[in-house]
Design a protein around this ligand. Structure first.
Ligand SMILES: *Cc1c(COP(=O)(O)O)cnc(C)c1O
Length: 386
C-alpha cells in the first residue's frame, strides 16, 4: 500500500518515515551533529552540513509533507521564519494581497520588515473572493490566506481564492496553523504553499518553537530550499524529534480539542455575561457552509466578547481562571486564555484591530484536552467573580 493511500492517523505515525538504516532504531534518532564525514571530496551520504540537511529534520519534513498531502516540507526556527521565507521569494515592486484579520506577528513582519524592501501589502477582508480579486493586479505575486483567522475565527473559502490566484498567475499560500492538517488540507483545495506555526498544534505540547512550509510544486520547493539554506533560519535536530513525537498523536489530540471546543462554545452562548461567541461550528457563523465543506471539524479555538463592554471585566476574567492559564500561544494539550487586544494583537493599531472585531472585551480560548467539565467549572467560577 502506498503512503498516499493511507488514512490520516496512519500517515501521522508512519508517513514519510523510514527505519534508521544505521541502527534499526524504530524512532528517528536525534542526529545532533553540525557536519558529516566525507569519504573523499564530493563523496558523501547526502548530508554535508546541518544548515543544508539534517537527517532528523529531514524525517520531520517528509512526515509533514505526507500529512499535508504535499511532496516537499521545509522546517524553520519559527512560524515567522517560515513566512519570511515565502516573502523572500518575491522581488521589489511585487504586491501581496493578504487576509486583513491576521496573526499579529505576520502583520508586523509584512509591514515593518518587508515594506521597506519595496514589497506592497494589501490587507483585505476575504469573506468574498470577488473583493479579493478587486485588489489583484499584474504586480500581485502572492495571495496570503489565514483560515480560520486569528482571533475572529473568520473562514475563508480556499478553493474560491485559489481560482483568483490561478487566473492571475499569483501563488496562493495558506497559514494552516489553526486548522491543522487533520482538519484541513489547503494543497488539496488549490493552494501552492501551506505554512504552519509548528509551535502550536503540530508540536502540541508547548515545548518547541518551529515553523514549516509544505508544497507539491517542484519549482517552489527548489526556491524554498534555496532560501532555507541561504538565509539559514533552520530548526534544530532535538526540536525536530520533539515534533515528530508530537505529530504521532495529532489526530487523537485534535479530535478531543474539537469535542471540548464544541461543548464550551455552545455553553458560552448561554452565559448571561457573554455577548458574541466566534466559533466556525455554529450554523449562524457567516461562513459555516464553507467551513463544513473545507474542514473536517471546527477546532478548539473560540473567541467571545462580554456584554459589559468593559476592558476591566475582560482583564479580570482572564486573570481569574485557574485551569485556563493566561498566556500567548495555542494548540497545546493544556487550555490557555488570552486577551488579543493587549497580548497577541497589541502590535496592530487600535483602529485597525477594532475594524476586524478585536475589541477591548474580546477573549480568546485555546481549549485543551483536559476533562471538559473541569474546564467549564473553571470558566463559571471566573465569570462569577465579575
Ligand atoms: C503563532 C502563529 C504564527 C507565528 O508562529 P511562530 O512559531 O510563533 O513564529 C503564525 N500564524 C499563526 C496563525 C500563529 O498562530
Amino acid at each position: 500500500m502506498k503512503n498516499a493511500d493511507h488514512k490520516f492517523g496512519t500517515k501521522a505515525i508512519h508517513g514519510g518515515l523510514e527505519t534508521d538504516s544505521a541502527t534499526g532504531a524504530i524512532m528517528t534518532p536525534i542526529y545532533q551533529t553540525s557536519t558529516y564525514v566525507q569519504e573523499e571530496v564530493g563523496k558523501h551520504k547526502g548530508f554535508e552540513y546541518s544548515r543544508t540537511q539534517n537527517p532528523t529534520r529531514q524525517a520531520l519534513e517528509q512526515n509533514l509533507a505526507a500529512i499535508e498531502n504535499g511532496k516537499y516540507g521545509a522546517c524553520f526556527g519559527s512560524g515567522l521564519a517560515a513566512i519570511d521565507c515565502v516573502i523572500k521569494m518575491l522581488n521589489p515592486g511585487d504586491e501581496v494581497v493578504s487576509t486583513n484579520d491576521l496573526y499579529g506577528g505576520t502583520y508586523r513582519l509584512f509591514t515593518t520588515i518587508f515594506e521597506k524592501y519595496g514589497i506592497k501589502f494589501h490587507f483585505v477582508p476575504m469573506g468574498d473572493a470577488d473583493e479579493v480579486a478587486a485588489h489583484v493586479n499584474s504586480n500581485t505575486k502572492l495571495i496570503w490566506v489565514e483560515t480560520p483567522t486569528n482571533p475572529m475565527m473568520n473562514i475563508i473559502d480556499i478553493k474560491a481564492i485559489a481560482k483568483v490566484a490561478k487566473r492571475n498567475k499569483a501563488m496562493l499560500a495558506v497559514d494552516n496553523t489553526f486548522a491543522t492538517p487533520y482538519l484541513q488540507n489547503p494543497l488539496d483545495l488549490g493552494a501552492d504553499i501551506v505554512m504552519h506555526s509548528v509551535t502550536k498544534y503540530l508540536g502540541g505540547h508547548s515545548d518547541v518553537v518551529m515553523g514549516a512550509l509544505i508544497t507539491k510544486d517542484d519549482k517552489i520547493a527548489e526556491e524554498i530550499y534555496r532560501i532555507q539554506n541561504s538565509s539559514g533560519a533552520v530548526t534544530a535536530p532535538q526540536d525536530s524529534f520533539l515534533v515528530l513525537r508530537g505529530i504521532k498523536t495529532l489526530h487523537v489530540r485534535v479530535q478531543r480539542h474539537c469535542e471540548n471546543g464544541e461543548v464550551l462554545a455552545k455553553w458560552l452562548t448561554t452565559h448571561p455575561a457573554v455577548d458574541k461567541v466566534y466559533w466556525p461550528g455554529f450554523e449562524t457563523h457567516p461562513n459555516h457552509e464553507v467551513a463544513k465543506s473545507q474542514m473536517r471539524g471546527f477546532g478548539g479555538m473560540i473567541s467571545f466578547t462580554l456584554k459589559s463592554g468593559l476592558l476591566t471585566d475582560a482583564q479580570q476574567l482572564v486573570a481569574s481562571t485557574e485551569l485556563f492559564t493566561l498566556a500567548e500561544s495555542l494548540g497545546g494539550v493544556e487550555s490557555l486564555i488570552g486577551h488579543p487586544a493587549t497580548m497577541t494583537h497589541a502590535s496592530i493599531p487600535k483602529e485597525e484591530r477594532e475594524k476586524s472585531g478585536v475589541t477591548d472585551t474580546l477573549i480568546r480560548l485555546s481549549v485543551g484536552i483536559e476533562d471538559v467539565a473541569d474546564l467549564q467549572t473553571d470558566l463559571e467560577q471566573a465569570f462569577a467573580k465579575l
